[in-house]
Design a protein around this ligand. Structure first.
Ligand code: SAM
Length: 215
């Protein structure tokens, strides 16, 4: 059983207020952030930072994304209960918990074997049970496609065609695209077989590896 006391709940409420001030409007996203215990993804040495609006190391050279980034991407994804969602870059599993709280039917894929095994074993202990896969998510998950929504939580050099191919009609892909230092957040909607692209702010993600990533 993972401890979640009044102090941690209080810090989470403060974080939700901060995200609201930063422009996050979707109440369902804010509610999910208010529910998922972020501190359980932190080592003891970093525990005091769990509810700061910052990214932190999770080992293997990877990070748990900044809460604002998680909220921004999730808001753009427009998740409805029952949506079939693919997450590329399971990492700590925090983003996965947010999507599950919002009622997504979640498939999540991680490239790094250590992180994949750690998160696959840990998340069910919190009551979160997505479908976990280990592999190169830059190719999507063809065996489970199509998806209503796809979220990429690592920075890509280009929009992988495999991902737009695996979107259902009306589906949305949210993906940071750019160079290794910074990436523009893109929202791509498939309508009548066409891809409609909207571009938002710059973010700084760890690189997307694999065939359609940085290699
Ligand atoms: N969603 C994560 C979370 O909530 O903690 C954020 C994780 S971190 C910013 C990005 C993750 O993407 C890393 O765990 C990294 O190993 C993973 N990754 C990078 N390239 C990948 C690929 N081609 N397929 C799947 N995962 C990948």
């Amino acid at each position: 059983m993972v401890e979640d006391n009044y102090k941690q709940r209080g810090l989470r409420n403060k974080l939700v207020k901060k995200l609201r001030l930063k422009g996050i409007r979707d109440e369902r996203v804010l509610e999910a952030i208010g529910k998922v215990p972020r501190h359980v993804f932190f080592d003891d040495a970093l525990l005091v930072h769990a509810y700061e609006d910052k990214a932190f190391p999770i080992g293997e050279g990877q990070t748990i994304s900044q809460p604002y980034t998680v909220a921004f991407q999730t808001e753009k994804l427009n998740v409805a209960p029952g949506d079939k969602v693919l997450e590329i870059g399971t990492g700590s599993g925090y983003q996965a918990c947010i999507l599950l709280e919002m009622g997504a039917k979640l498939y999540t894929i991680e490239y790094n074997r250590t992180l994949f095994e750690r998160t696959r074993d840990f998340l069910p202990l919190l009551g979160y049970k997505p479908y976990f896969a280990h592999g190169d998510g830059s190719k999507g998950m063809p065996s489970k496609a199509p998806f209503d929504k796809i979220i990429v939580t690592a920075g890509a050099p280009v929009v992988p065609a495999a991902l737009t191919d695996q979107l259902s009609e009306g589906g949305i892909l949210v993906i940071p695209v750019g160079d290794r230092e910074r990436q523009k957040m893109l929202k791509i909607t498939k309508r009548g077989g066409k891809l409609i692209e909207e571009a938002f702010d710059y973010f700084a993600f760890v690189p997307l590896k694999g065939k359609e990533g940085w290699g």
